[in-house]
Design a protein around this ligand. Structure first.
Ligand code: NAP
Length: 248
């Protein structure tokens, strides 16, 4: 039986790269998306063309009913997943703390923090040997922003990723003896649409100069690290937060 991987926010950017890399590594892939069904469809088409099974599921990870429905659909399609990559995330708009709009803050925390908890809960219920599962690996997509703080840009987003790091550390210890490894990847500046969609298309070029490697990373470079950390090659790695930031 093929191994299976679920990636949230797999229609674009880092999540789409994870979906493609997973298929190349022999996984059947379930991916979720929020709005862009055409982008999700095109990733599914690519995976099927590569000879693997794929399914796209629409879900807002901040909504409990959506997350429960995604995992129920996954049960029907593939059974319990071997790997779950919790990647869906948003920055919200750029604002200092003294300019914060509370609706925007609540939305960022709902998607990035509540969404990560909801998806992790459903994943553990299927993977943990304490729940009759056969084990597996969970990878959160955090951010270097959690450590850098992102002053003047989005401290709210950085703080949401700090919560993801804490979730990684705590959950890893909670399920370590239940066959489930839990880690996070913390990307630095990565060339995806997230910057332009937050209204700052020039951000990539501006910040790249401050990266020791003097360039933004690619979604493929992040996906390669994620596929490694969920693979058996990382069998003794749990509770880790792996920076993929070009030295920044
Ligand atoms: P992206 O290109 O904007 O893609 C975001 C993906 O998440 C899309 O598939 C989107 O679906 C989905 N999504 C957005 N809101 C969602 C929601 N409420 N429920 C479910 N799915 C949702 O972003 P990216 O740059 O690849 O970022 C992916 C992850 O990496 C995020 O967690 C981000 O914080 C993190 N990260 C990114 C960078 C960077 O520089 N790019 C750096 C550090 C960390 P639709 O296509 O339907 O909109």
């Amino acid at each position: 039986m093929a191994k299976t991987l679920l990636v949230t926010g797999g229609s674009r950017g880092i999540g789409a790269a994870v979906a493609r890399h997973a298929a190349a590594d022999g996984y059947d892939v379930a991916l979720t998306y929020a709005d862009d069904s055409a982008a999700a469809r095109s990733v599914v088409d690519e995976i099927e063309a590569a000879g693997r099974r794929a399914v796209a599921l629409r879900a807002d990870v901040a909504r409990e009913a959506d997350v429960v429905a995604v995992f129920a659909a996954l049960d029907d399609f593939f059974g319990a997943p071997d790997a779950v990559v919790l990647n869906a995330g948003i920055t919200g708009s750029f604002a200092r703390v003294d300019e914060l709009d509370i609706a925007m803050l609540e939305r960022v925390l709902a998607v990035n923090v509540t969404g990560a908890f909801l998806c992790a809960r459903e994943a553990v219920r299927r993977m943990s040997t304490a729940h009759g599962g056969r084990g597996g690996a969970i990878a959160f997509v955090s951010s270097r922003a959690a450590s850098l703080g992102s002053p003047g840009e989005y401290v709210h987003y950085a703080a949401s990723k700090g919560a993801v790091n804490t979730l990684t550390i705590g959950l890893a210890k909670e399920v370590a003896r239940e066959g489930v490894r839990v880690n996070a990847i913390a990307p630095g500046l990565i060339a995806t649409e997230i910057h332009a969609r937050a209204g700052r298309p020039e951000r990539l070029g501006r910040i790249a100069a401050a990266v020791p490697m003097e360039r933004a990373g690619t979604a493929d470079e992040v996906a390669a690290a994620i596929l490694w950390i969920v693979s058996p090659a990382a069998s003794y790695v749990t509770g880790a937060i792996l920076d993929v930031g070009g030295g920044r």
